[in-house]
Design a protein around this ligand. Structure first.
Ligand code: UDP
Length: 328
């Protein structure tokens, strides 16, 4: 039997990769997307598509009655940390509020399995003694984005307990790069993420870029992040899905490689690709940025049997650049 998997945000960056990889692994994805940032071209032809918002209970009821959904992968949401600082309402509505609508509709329709996109931002600005971060470290978000996801995690725990559902919460560190088969990549309009912006500079789509903050308490003064290749992140989702389909219990797991790179190191790696030198300006800190986020990913490796295949900064930035070039 082919399992049908509802992919919310299936036209977006991470969601569209999930759609392609679900098909590769013999699942039938069903996409729900409002196309606020997603793209029609990112969805393979023939994929059932519902155009609308996850916060719409009528649309969710329609999807669940028309399709025989085994599990939901919930990617739809807002993801820009600085925007969450200036417009927190958008984040509590799109992330927390809509996740509640989804959970409610799932409970009502008897759809019992959820893989949820959470974030390292739930950890806030962890003390150096908590690096690398394990899942039961303190969760103290320093921006509304992280809080909107932490609140969603809490709702998921309560709703799955009350309604005989199960969920795997994946806390993403910094997702980057593009599908190694070149089918999809990051095409979000007005993207704010470091590697995306740097590759746009390199391909002439932007004149230059800023390094936000050079006075952090890190070796070179710039922020350190744990960059994970999108294909490895999606592999964790497929394992999480398998875990739930086999009746596995709720899990909350970090998705990262366990080592970090500074903003300057990322730029050096991109310059080293030999495609030109990025024009960089040193700028003030950006609101809401913690100094250092590095995952301890042993739980994901041990509980799901996850083995990353692209744990290499050069591979990540090369695939991001290849995607950017293929779009020109
Ligand atoms: N960053 C930067 N210049 C940019 C974009 C990002 O210096 O044009 C920095 C940002 O301040 C942070 C790191 O790169 O320290 C990663 O930011 P990104 O937005 O990629 O991901 P986040 O960690 O905020 O989810």
């Amino acid at each position: 039997m082919t399992h049908q998997i509802l992919v919310t945000g299936g036209a977006g960056y991470i969601g569209s990769h999930a759609v392609h990889h679900l098909i590769d692994h013999g699942y039938q994805p069903v996409v729900l997307d409002d196309f606020s940032t997603g793209r029609h071209e990112a969805i393979p032809e023939g994929t059932p598509l519902y155009e609308g918002n996850v916060g719409d209970p009528h649309l969710l009821a329609t999807v669940f009655s028309e399709q025989n959904i085994t599990a939901v992968m919930h990617f739809a949401g807002s993801i820009v940390v600085p925007e969450s600082v200036t417009n927190p309402g958008k984040y509590y509505a799109n992330n927390t509020g809509n996740t509640l609508m989804l959970l409610t509709a799932m409970a009502k329709a008897g759809v019992s399995r959820l893989v949820f996109s959470s974030t390292a931002a739930v950890y806030g600005n962890p003390d150096a003694k908590f690096i690398p971060i394990v899942e039961d470290n303190p969760t103290e978000p320093i921006n509304p984005y992280g809080m909107s996801k932490l609140m969603s995690e809490r709702m998921i725990a309560d709703m799955t307990t009350a309604h005989d559902m199960s969920a795997v919460v994946l806390r993403y560190f910094n997702v980057a790069g593009a599908d190694m088969k070149g089918r999809v990549g990051q095409s979000t309009p007005d993207a704010t993420h470091l590697i995306k912006i740097a590759t746009q500079v390199l391909t002439g789509q932007r004149d230059g870029m800023s390094i936000f903050g050079t006075d952090y308490d890190t070796p070179d003064g710039t922020c350190i992040r744990d960059y994970i290749h999108i294909d490895d992140l999606i592999a964790a989702h497929l394992l999480a899905l398998d875990h739930l389909i086999k009746g596995g219990e709720n899990l909350t797991l970090n998705c990262g490689y366990g080592h970090g790179f500074s903003v300057k190191e990322v730029i050096t790696a991109i310059n080293a690709l030999g495609e030109g030198e990025i024009n960089v300006t040193l700028a003030d800190r950006r609101d809401g940025d913690p100094a250092r986020l590095i995952a301890d990913s042993s739980a994901c490796r041990n509980r799901l049997g996850w083995t990353p295949r692209h744990d290499d900064l050069t591979t990540i930035v090369r695939s991001a650049l290849a995607w950017e070039k293929s779009r020109q």
